[in-house]
Design a protein around this ligand. Structure first.
Ligand code: SAH
Length: 252
C-alpha cells in the first residue's frame, strides 16, 4: 500500500507546505500524534494548511517538546471551496459543539455565533469551537478549516452585511417558503444560513429580517426542529442544491 493510503493521520498546520520543508509541531499536536494516533517516527502523515493543498509528510522524530516532520510531496492542489457561512445563536455546550463539528463536515467556510433576543447563553468559547472544527476538518478530508468569527449581536451582523451574499433565515414560525424551493431558485453565489436559539426568534427579529433585501425567510417543514438539527439539514440542503454535492460540471 502506498504511503498516502497508509497515512492514518491528517493534520492541519499553520506553516507553509512545500517539498523538503521541515516542520516542528506544537506540544498538543505532538501529544495527539504520539499518544492518541500512536504514530511512530518514520511514519507518513497527511498535512494541509488551508492554502497549499494536501501534502504527504514524514515524521522524523517525536520529542515531547515538538515533533519534527519533513514535507515530501503534494497529493492534492488547493481548490476553491463552498462560500457558505453559518450564523448560529449559541446553544448549550454539547449542542453547539455538535453544530461546529457538523458545520465543518458540511463545508461551511465561516461560523459566526450570533446573540439574539432569546439566546439563553451569555458567552461562547470560540477556542473550543475552533478546535472542534480543526478536528472535523482533519477527519473529513477538506483542505481548509472554517473561519471562527467573533461572536456578534444579530443586529450588528445584519447592519454590516456584505453585498451579494444571500441570508437564508430559518424561520420556525411557518412564515417562510420551503427552503428547497428558495434555494433551487437562487443564482449560484455566496450564501449564509441563520439559525435561532432554543427559544426561537422574537417577533421583532422576524420583522427586522423580513425588511432586509438580502434575507429570505425559509421553512424546514411542519415540525419544530432542534436548532442543531435545523442547522445540519439546512446546510445539507444548500450543499445538495447549490454547493459541492452536485456533479463537478454543475458549476461552483
Ligand atoms: N422554541 C421555538 C423553537 C426554536 S427551534 C418554538 O417553539 O417555536 C430553534 C431554531 O431552529 C429556530 O429559531 C429556527 O431557526 C430553526 N428551526 C427549527 N424548526 C424549524 C422549521 N421547521 N423551519 C425553519 N426553521 C426551523
Amino acid at each position: 500500500m502506498s504511503d498516502s493510503l497508509r497515512a492514518r493521520t491528517r493534520l492541519f498546520v499553520a506553516q507553509p507546505l512545500a517539498a523538503g520543508a521541515s516542520l516542528m509541531l506544537e506540544r498538543p499536536q505532538t501529544h495527539y500524534l504520539a499518544h492518541v494516533m500512536r504514530v511512530a517516527a518514520g511514519e507518513a502523515v497527511l498535512l494541509f494548511n488551508g492554502r497549499d493543498g494536501e501534502w504527504l509528510g514524514r515524521v522524523d522524530a517525536l520529542p515531547k517538546a515538538g515533533a519534527r516532520l519533513t514535507v515530501e510531496s503534494r497529493l492534492r492542489p488547493q481548490a476553491p471551496e463552498s462560500d457558505l457561512w453559518l450564523l448560529a445563536a449559541p446553544i448549550k455546550r454539547d449542542r453547539i459543539d455538535l453544530v461546529a463539528e457538523k458545520a465543518a463536515e458540511l463545508g461551511v467556510s465561516r461560523l459566526v455565533p450570533v446573540f439574539t433576543r432569546r439566546t439563553a447563553m451569555t458567552r461562547v468559547n470560540t477556542e473550543r469551537l475552533a478546535a472542534h472544527m480543526v478536528e472535523a476538518a482533519e477527519q473529513c478530508g477538506r483542505l481548509t478549516v472554517p473561519e471562527m468569527a467573533d461572536p456578534v449581536a444579530l443586529d450588528k451582523a445584519l447592519a454590516g452585511w456584505p453585498t451579494g451574499r444571500v441570508l437564508l433565515f430559518l424561520d420556525e414560525s411557518g412564515g417562510g417558503c420551503p427552503m428547497a424551493e428558495v434555494v433551487a431558485a437562487l443564482p449560484d453565489g455566496p450564501a449564509a444560513v441563520l439559525v435561532g436559539p432554543e427559544g426561537g426568534f422574537s417577533d421583532d427579529e422576524r420583522r427586522l429580517l423580513a425588511g432586509l433585501p438580502f434575507a429570505r425567510p425559509v421553512g424546514l417543514g411542519p415540525r419544530i426542529l432542534r436548532a442543531e438539527t435545523a442547522a445540519i439539514v439546512a446546510l445539507a440542503l444548500w450543499q445538495a442544491l447549490k454547493g459541492d454535492w452536485r456533479r463537478p460540471d454543475a458549476g461552483p
